[in-house]
Ligand binder design. Structure first.
Ligand code: PHE
Ligand code: ZN
Length: 849
């Protein structure tokens, strides 16, 4: 069956469905190629709807029979669904359909992974399971019976009964179909329990394939911490008798918040010290929290339509980042988030894929699970909290939960609770949801007679479909520092609402140094002409840990740009400041590790493009190599003792303290390896008793062009662990020299373990390829061709993962005409592929512009 002609769907066309659903009863008779789904759905006319058309979504379904109130009918069936004559009164719909889970490689709807049945319904996968009004504003209570021979049969809600070859589940909470889930397999559980604040006992199970049991303990602890945190921080209690988590190997995304039955990509839940890095642990903790937090922000209160996706995702990302800040280090988390925002969201916001946090149209909703909806959506909530204050935020959230529990809501509903609590008019603030593009915030200053004035000017460049931009509300957190390094003004949030606005500070003894946008208080690009001496001053004295890091970051950025474009020498102020910081034992090792980091190559390319220059990937690569070498020289004798001090005695723990030390050790090892040809790295590799140390040592060796023996040994050691082998694929590409990248990737596509239909494996290889800036853009375009070949190959198998990977090309207009011609040809070749999926066609169309 072919995808239909692409249709654009608009927010402004929203209409409620003509019927309400009182209950849904589903029976699954499982069989790999012919699963029968029998549905019994109680409909009733929706008094709020004008249109009474009875259309049910349904895709790739074989309709066996359909009945209304017991009478067999013959509906009109198209590839998108069916239409039938329905009474203008309550009635019961019954249908039997047949589906093919084993043939479902797109991993949407009911599919199979290693002999296990599994579902993924967000956003529009339920329509591949049975005929239904598959839209988030249709909520109902589900009862499910699963008939199948596999030992573990799971669905949403509470268990209702089970016997030999069957199980029944009932979910008392009305939910949209996208939160439906079913799992059937030969699985083993790690079980525990949690007592909620009101004394209810919840059974917790983490289900995995036999053999993975040793990787469940950390996830279980993270779940319990999340449950407790949401009670303590947001007053949210869990609402079922059981909470099940299942790990699955074939999954398009990270994880899914299905009611009472979260399904996780195994890479986002399975963890053990031997096989997972500190970064993996931190990410797993955050994702478990994220999915759990959705129980309230997403499930109990859901979205009216998919344009409101940020209502649940922005808020839930914001909540999981608060959780991580509380569990670990708040400044370190903030810096990680800003690095990530600049790496993933800024290129999106400032390129052909730019779209508002709340988009107004789409062809394929799967293409809008983006960094803009998620991460910029979370930034918008952070700004709102900064503007109204912590107390009003807490009150507004309480009102949100009280007022909208059980409803499918909009951004208007969300903002209204803040307006009602604070009496503020948030109509201008709402532009953050409607306008795409990153605001540029230009700052100049005046100083006279003890008065210091900051002049701000905001502009946002045109983005696709939005030529005109209006000023947005910007919370600008500012502090002032006196010439002796003392803070003369503590952090104050200035509220900018105009295109241009000035703020004056009186009664100052001397001209201060401003620390602007503390904590990255608004997701903007700050532009300020300043000297490297002043930045070095902030690097030494700023009391705001984010801005202190930012001072070093901007020094490094400017230095790299000058090195790449003017062949300048590394900036001495930067190197001096860096040495001082690294010597400072009072600073958290994690923070010092971040200080050693350099802005990514793609971020630098973006900065050049922003300034109207054409980035040269080779020159940027060389600049980073030179600056790393200069860091190593500047740190000199400090490196080895500091590296040694990062060694941990005692048992491995993936906590913030140990991870910070290992992160600093790894950053230093990178520099040490530049000078010792890999001796220390080889020793670390040989002695490593956890994946963090093993992998960081191997990375250093590969980067130095060594480590062939270790690479082979690593494969041998881990060949039966698919998550570690993903790392093995990734690392060889990400540590290759630019001119080797395409060839290395090509060779790896021929490796017997390159199981390209598995999204994790595909992303390991091609994500690393696209993420190696100088390698991806190496002259000749071999990497472009390779990626395009494989996107064309994957598209008919898995459109969603293909479409996501297309964004590797989103920055193509930044580069010189040779590269643009090469990429343009690949984009054209993909676009011309017969039967291209709607997902990929939309992405390529937007990227080409
Ligand atoms: N809703 C999931 C999350 O944010 C993400 C997801 C979207 C997963 C679509 C699968 C499919 O947690
Ligand atoms: Zn989410």
């Amino acid at each position: 069956m072919r995808d239909a002609e692409p249709k654009t769907i608009y927010l402004k066309d929203y209409k409620p469905f003509g019927y309400l659903v009182d209950s849904v009863d589903l029976t699954f008779d499982l069989s790999p190629h012919a699963t029968r789904v029998t549905s019994r759905i109680a409909f009733r006319p929706n008094p709020e709807a004008e249109d009474r058309e009875f259309f049910l979504h349904g895709e790739k379904l074989k309709l066996i029979s359909a009945r209304i109130d017991g009478n067999e009918i013959t509906p009109e069936v198209t590839p998108e669904g069916l239409t039938a004559e329905a009474p203008d009164a309550p009635f019961v719909w019954e249908a039997v359909v047949e589906i093919d889970p084993a043939g479902n490689t797109a991993l949407e709807g009911l599919y199979m992974s290693n002999g296990m049945y599994c579902t993924q319904c967000e956003a529009e996968g339920f329509r591949k399971i049975t005929y239904y009004p598959d839209r988030p504003d249709v909520m109902s209570v589900f009862t499910v019976r699963i008939n199948g021979t596999l030992p573990v049969l799971l669905s949403n809600g509470n268990p209702k009964g089970k016997g030999d070859g069957w199980a029944e589940w009932h979910d008392p909470w009305p939910k949209p179909a996208y939160l439906f889930a079913l799992v059937a397999g030969d699985l083993v559980a790690t079980s525990d329990s949690f007592e909620t604040v009101s004394g209810k006992e919840v059974a917790l199970n983490l289900w995995v394939r036999p053999g993975d049991e040793h990787k469940t303990a950390f996830g279980m602890e993270a779940l319990k911490k999340s449950m407790k945190w949401d009670e303590d921080t947001y007053g949210r209690e869990y609402d079922l008798k059981v909470f099940n988590i299942v790990a699955v190997d074939d999954f398009n995304m990270g994880a899914m918040e299905n009611k009472g039955l979260n399904i996780f990509n195994s890479s986002c839940v399975l963890a053990s010290p031997d096989t997972s890095t500190d970064m993996n642990f931190e990410r797993i903790e955050a994702i478990i929290a994220h999915e759990y937090f959705h129980n309230w922000t997403g499930n109990r209160i859901t979205c009216r339509d998919w344009f409101q996706l940020c209502l649940k995702e922005g808020l839930t990302v914001y909540r999981d980042s608060q959780f991580t800040s509380d569990m670990r280090s708040a400044p370190v988390k903030r810096i990680h988030d800003v690095i990530d925002l600049r790496a993933r969201q800024f290129p999106e916001d400032n390129g052909p894929l730019s779209h508002p946090v709340r988009p107004e149209s789409f062809q394929e909703i799967n293409n809008f699970y983006t960094a803009t909806v998620y991460e910029k959506g979370a930034e918008v909530i952070g700004m709102l909290k900064r503007l109204v204050g912590d107390a009003a935020y807490a009150e507004a959230l309480d009102l949100y939960f009280a007022r909208h529990d059980g409803e499918a809501c909009t951004i208007e509903d969300w903002l209204k609770v803040f307006e009602d609590v604070t009496g503020r008019d948030l109509s201008q603030f709402k532009r953050w949801y409607a306008q795409s593009g990153t605001p540029r915030l230009k700052v100049t200053e005046d100083w006279a007679d003890g008065s210091y004035t900051l002049h701000f000017e905001q502009t946002t460049l045109p983005t696709p479909g939005q030529p005109e931009k209006l000023p947005q509300v910007l919370p600008i957190a500012v502090g002032l520092i006196g010439p002796n390094g003392d803070e003369v003004l503590e952090t104050k949030v200035l509220e900018m609402t105009e295109a241009q606005q000035s703020f004056r500070f009186d009664g100052l003894a001397a001209k201060p140094v401003p620390s602007i946008l503390r904590g990255f208080s608004a997701p903007v690009i700050l532009e300020r002409e300043t000297s490297s001496a002043e930045r070095a001053f902030l690097l030494a004295h700023d009391t705001d840990p984010f801005n202190r890091w930012e001072a070093g970051r901007s020094l490094a950025r400017d230095s790299l740009l000058k090195m790449a474009t003017e062949d300048a020498a590394p900036d001495a102020d930067y190197l001096d400041g860096l040495v001082q910081l690294l010597r400072d034992d009072t600073l958290d090792p994690a923070y010092r590790a971040l200080m050693l980091g350099l802005p990514g190559q793609s971020e630098l390319a973006g900065a050049l493009a922003e300034a109207g220059q054409t980035p040269d990937p080779d020159a940027l690569w060389q600049a980073a190599e030179r600056l790393r070498a200069a860091q190593a020289v500047a740190l000199g004798d400090l490196m080895m003792p500091l590296y040694d001090s990062c060694r941990i005695d005692g048992a491995y723990a993936p906590d913030a303290e140990q991870s910070g030390k290992r992160a600093l050790g790894a950053a230093l090892l990178r520099l040490i390896t530049r000078q010792d040809d890999g001796a220390v790295a080889a020793a670390q590799y040989a002695a490593a008793d956890n994946m963090t140390l093993q992998l960081s040592a191997l990375a250093c060796l590969l980067q130095a062009g060594k480590g062939h023996a270790e690479l082979a040994a690593f494969y041998d050691q881990w060949k039966s662990d698919r998550l570690v082998i993903d790392k093995w694929f990734m690392l060889q590409i990400s540590e290759a020299a630019p001119e080797q990248v395409a060839a290395t990737a090509t060779a790896l596509t021929e490796h017997p373990d390159f199981n390209w239909k598995n999204p994790n494996r595909f992303r390991a290889l091609f994500g690393a390829l696209a993420g190696h800036h100088a390698g991806f853009h190496a002259a000749g375009g071999g990497a472009y061709r390779l990626l395009a070949d494989w996107l064309i190959r994957l598209d008919p198998v898995n459109p969603q993962t293909t479409a996501r990977m297309c964004s590797a090309f989103q920055t193509w207009k930044r580069y010189d005409s040779d590269r643009q011609t090469l990429i343009g040809a690949e984009l054209e070749r993909i676009a011309a592929t017969p039967d291209l999926s709607r997902d990929t066609a939309e992405m390529i169309g937007r990227i080409r512009g």
